[in-house]
Design a protein around this ligand. Structure first.
Ligand SMILES: [Zn+2]
Ligand SMILES: [Zn+2]
Length: 411
């Protein structure tokens, strides 16, 4: 293969090299083209390609010796064969014995032979889903065909009663959810709704906050620990072609979705929603890149002057924890993404993200820039660096680009 075209930044420098490496094997020359999408991170890299080429690959975050992650791995292993002393060679030894002792003590493993000691699984493993703990719902078409599966949490965002779903080229509306049989029943989309789409109005809050540690980065008190995210859905919006919006109440009640996980929370010196909302989006853009994960692996939420960022997986998977020593760098990179964009009020290249539950409304780009510059100790003039106007001449454009480039090099 001679050419590799990447459609969008794959999300990390290491996966970019890995995908690029499919062309030009054995020392042969190859052409690699990265087509940037509208994603803020893609555009940041296109504007600052020297940054990409100057970086080494990200640190892969693995914590094989953490009991929190070992418990389910060792439990799965015990499902294959009883655990014996020899198995300790596959894991950090002390942790292996600690985990076996712990699992035996709380009843997930049973001692099936005393000499030599063998531990077997007590059936707990059957509760482990391949894709996490959540209940799986089958999506059933009017022709009784199962076309898709959703987790319970997806009912609140994608498959609630009244929502319009596009599956394999056909449009449907969710008629009813059968909670007993775990089925999502679809009807064909009525012709008067052709071209319409639905948006959920998800309300989120945090409870059971258990602070475990405190940090201070760039004058921002940062905390980490366990927390529960509560998401509930009672209303949704139907958007007709042409943009007319109508709000509806759900015809069927869905229980709130509760996620207990590990997170961090940053207390900012002001509680202006638009400013924090923009910073929240920047964190969602930058952090997955720093800890090597998909954007959906992390969640975030604003309450007052506080931004919560959490692992979007039950019990946590070590992402946010690994980011704690890098909060300063995180805020610095947020600042770099937002200052390198020339738009005036925010755009998909800086603070607009498709994952926003409030559809990128109420975002204050200037405010975010000023606040980030303030807490990072950057000069005030840098804040006003990007003239927010469309350039009239090529010279104007080139001179402005030169100016920006110089600022980058001076840092
Ligand atoms: Zn922008
Ligand atoms: Zn948002």
């Amino acid at each position: 293969m001679d050419v590799c075209i990447l459609s969008g930044f794959p999300g990390s420098i290491s996966s970019t090299w890995q995908q690029a490496g499919r062309a030009g094997r054995n020392g042969q020359e190859a052409l690699i083209v990265l087509m940037a999408s509208e994603d803020p991170l893609d555009l940041f890299l296109v504007r600052n390609s020297a940054y990409f080429f100057g970086q080494s690959c990200e640190k892969a975050i693995v914590a094989p010796d953490k009991v929190q992650f070992l418990v389910d791995h060792i439990l799965c292993a015990s499902r294959e064969l009883p655990l014996t002393r020899e198995d300790s060679q596959y894991w950090p030894e002390t942790q292996y014995y600690n985990v076996v002792k712990y699992l035996h003590g709380q009843g997930s493993l049973e001692l099936v032979s005393d000499n030599p000691k063998k531990y077997s699984n007590k059936g707990v493993i059957e509760k482990f889903g391949l894709r996490g703990d959540s209940d799986q719902y089958s999506v059933v078409t009017p022709r009784q065909k199962i076309v898709e599966r959703y987790e319970f949490k997806d009912l609140l965002t994608d498959a609630y009663p009244g929502s319009i779903l596009n599956i394999m080229g056909s449009s449907y509306i969710v008629k009813e959810i059968k909670f007993d049989s775990k089925e999502i029943l679809l009807s064909d989309l009525p012709p008067n709704l052709n071209g319409s789409y639905t948006l959920p109005v998800v309300k989120s809050g945090i409870s059971n906050l258990r602070e475990e540690s405190q940090h201070k980065a760039a004058k921002i008190p940062t905390f980490s620990g366990e927390l529960t995210v509560n998401n509930s859905l009672e209303e949704y919006i139907m958007v007709k072609p042409g943009g007319k919006k109508t709000q509806f109440t759900l015809t069927q009640k869905i229980d709130p979705y509760r996620l207990t996980t590990i997170g961090m929370w940053l207390d900012f010196p002001e509680d202006i929603y638009g400013v924090l909302h923009a910073i929240e989006h920047l964190i969602r853009v930058v952090l997955p890149w720093m800890v090597m994960c998909e954007r959906g692996d992390l969640g975030s939420l604003i309450e007052g002057n506080r931004i919560y960022v959490y692992d979007n997986h039950t019990g946590g998977i070590g992402l946010v924890e690994s980011a704690l020593p890098m909060v300063n760098e995180l805020l610095q990179r947020c600042y770099e993404v937002v200052i390198s964009c020339r738009c005036e009020n925010g755009c998909p290249s800086c603070i607009h993200i498709p994952q926003c539950s409030t559809r990128n409304e109420k975002l204050d780009k200037r405010g975010a820039l000023t606040l980030l510059a303030g807490i990072l100790g950057h000069k005030a003039e840098a804040v006003n660096a990007g003239p927010p106007v469309a350039f009239k001449t090529r010279t104007e454009l080139k001179l402005a680009a030169r100016h920006i480039e110089k600022q980058w090099n001076d840092k």
